[in-house]
Design a protein around this ligand. Structure first.
Ligand SMILES: Cc1ncc(COP(=O)(O)O)c(C=O)c1O
Length: 445
């Protein structure tokens, strides 16, 4: 090679290595697909089932001119697919959480453990039933740390709301064991983890009650919607009454107030047949949706395993991960911000409005101290309920601001997240890996 050619190729190499954020050439120019996993799979099957409901003019599950039994079929197939004894379609995951805590009889005088990495709905469910949220720290699984849970159990502890965050469970079997040993109820929030499992056991089968969400961001979607599962038949009967108008129904679909054990106050959170039809078509695709995300995510993760300064969330059973998010940790908050900005400049970003590649600092009400109504102890009523309830006086010194959970605070500061689309191509995966290696090389060496 002539001196000139050598110089030219060195300049070319330098330009290729220069980060896009510093004026270099980006790895890709096309946005990555939207994260919303089920959305890409909506097609003829959803249309056919929804059409059937419309043609039958029967969008209500319990009676009507010609009910198509979409919600009932969804519940039956859900049980068959995941090994649950009872399943109930509902209008949302948020409603399902409140119903679950009410079904367990949780109320004033009780504290419910919730992790600091969660979604605002987990807190609102506890507060709406009149109980007190008690924060528990997370561990490297980004889910409840069983050691912190054990340390905090006290006379008012009543239940644990264990959240399988970002698609995968943490140490759920240990948490279930702690709940059993201390007589605590266990609700599994599987909103972000439909189709996940540990050791072949589906999420929602470790606790007393499991809840799921079918909102747009979830592994499968009906726009809005959710599911409750429970093994115990009597508990499930309460759940059914609570999700409706406070009473079970007879075989004609009419309210039945004859059972004294089931005269309650309902949530009005029934699932419509239209949502049931959508959810049924989506659940039949769920193994393919989660299979695609899991495969993409672990292929990417394995190719990044050797990068110094970048570490990933610990997932105890990768086979049971559903794969929608790659969670990572950088050495400090400044590097986390710079790393994500640099990735986005390389084209590792979704379409406008998507949250495909972000720092944990941009992840809003997934972190306890970003929920103003928790930190400020807001109430929906004039009297400050439930914070003002005399039976809740035990919690007057509980602190919900930054500093309450050191591990959460640290992971929020130096964490980052890449959403894994359910339709990534080989080329998308290869661009992601190339961009990560390029940025890590530039910033983390
Ligand atoms: C962990 C978690 N719990 C509960 C919910 C509430 O579900 P929904 O939006 O269906 O009310 C969500 C999602 O929104 C969630 O991510």
């Amino acid at each position: 090679m002539t001196d000139l050619a050598e110089q030219g190729s060195r300049v070319g190499q330098e330009r290729a290595n220069r980060l896009a954020i510093d004026g270099g050439v980006p790895v890709r120019s096309e946005p990555l697909p939207w994260e919303l996993p089920g959305v890409h799979w909506i097609g003829e099957e959803e249309r056919e089932l929804v059409d059937r409901v419309v043609r039958a003019r029967s969008p209500f599950r319990f009676y009507g001119p010609d009910p198509q039994h979409m919600v009932e079929t969804l519940e039956r197939e859900w049980c068959e697919a995941f090994g649950h004894r009872n399943a109930l379609g509902v209008s949302s995951g948020t409603a399902a959480l409140t119903i679950a805590l009410s079904a367990l009889g949780v109320g004033p005088g009780d504290e419910v453990f919730v992790p600091g990495y969660l979604w605002v709905s987990c807190l609102s469910a506890v507060v709406r039933v009149g109980a007190i949220p008690r924060l528990v720290d997370i561990d490297e699984t980004f889910c409840i740390d069983p050691e912190d849970l054990k340390r905090k159990i006290g006379p008012h502890s009543r239940a644990v709301l264990c959240v399988h965050m970002s698609g995968a469970p943490g140490r759920i079997a240990e948490i279930a064991e702690i709940c059993r040993a201390h007589g605590l109820g266990l609700v599994e929030d599987c909103a972000q983890a439909a189709g996940a499992s540990v050791g072949g056991r589906a999420v929602g089968r470790f606790g007393d009650i499991g809840i799921f969400s079918f909102q747009l961001n979830k592994n499968m979607t009906s726009g809005d919607g959710g599911m409750l599962v429970a093994e115990d038949d009597a508990l499930f009967r309460r759940i059914v009454a609570l999700h409706d108008l406070g009473y079970p129904r007879n075989e004609k679909g009419r309210l039945d107030s004859s059972d004294e054990a089931c005269q309650l106050w309902g949530m009005g959170a029934r699932m419509s047949e239209l949502a049931g039809a959508m959810a049924l078509a989506q659940m039949r695709k769920l193994p393919r949706i989660t299979g695609a995300m899991r495969a993409s995510k672990w292929r990417i993760r394995e190719q990044l395993a050797d990068l110094p300064g970048l570490s990933f969330r610990h997932i105890p059973d990768p086979a049971g991960d559903t794969g929608p998010f790659l969670l990572m940790l950088l050495p400090d908050a400044a590097l986390a911000r710079r790393f994500v900005e640099a990735l986005r400049a390389e084209g590792i970003a979704g379409p406008p409005g998507s949250l495909a590649c972000i720092t944990m600092q941009e992840w809003g009400m997934h972190w306890y101290f970003n929920v103003p109504s928790l930190v400020q102890r807001r109430s929906n009523s004039r009297d400050g309920f439930p914070w003002s309830h005399p039976a809740n006086a035990f919690a007057k010194d509980y602190h919900y601001g930054v500093g309450a959970l050191p591990r959460c605070d640290e992971f929020q500061a130096r964490g980052a997240l890449l959403a894994i689309g359910s339709t990534l191509t080989e080329a998308d995966e290869s661009d992601i890996v190339t961009a990560f290696r390029k940025v890590a090389n530039g910033l983390l060496r």
